[in-house]
Write a protein that binds this ligand. Structure first.
Ligand SMILES: [Zn+2]
Length: 87
């Protein structure tokens, strides 16, 4: 547990504290770490979504959803092409 000095009152507080326990000044280090964590989580979610989507596309293209018909596959391909320029 790393300690840092509060920018407002000068008391030592933990980096993991959301705000200074003494004066209530918001902890910048905590806020920055929290932002980083949120960005990382968002990135992981987007990556998982992309991987899932690409997986479904490959499944459709390999005939996995033949019973649904090619219409859905073509529609998805068109959407992909329109949105990302992937053909
Ligand atoms: Zn303080």
């Amino acid at each position: 547990m790393a300690l840092m000095t509060c920018t407002e009152c000068g008391k030592e507080i933990s980096e993991k504290c959301k705000a200074c326990l003494n004066c209530g000044e918001p902890n910048e280090v905590y806020r920055k770490n929290e932002n980083k964590r949120q960005t990382k989580l968002l990135f992981i979610r987007l990556l998982l979504l992309a991987v899932t989507f690409i997986g479904i596309m490959f499944f459709i293209n390999s005939g996995g959803f033949e019973w649904v018909g090619n219409a859905l596959g073509n529609l998805m391909t068109n959407i992909l092409f329109e949105a990302f320029g992937i053909s």
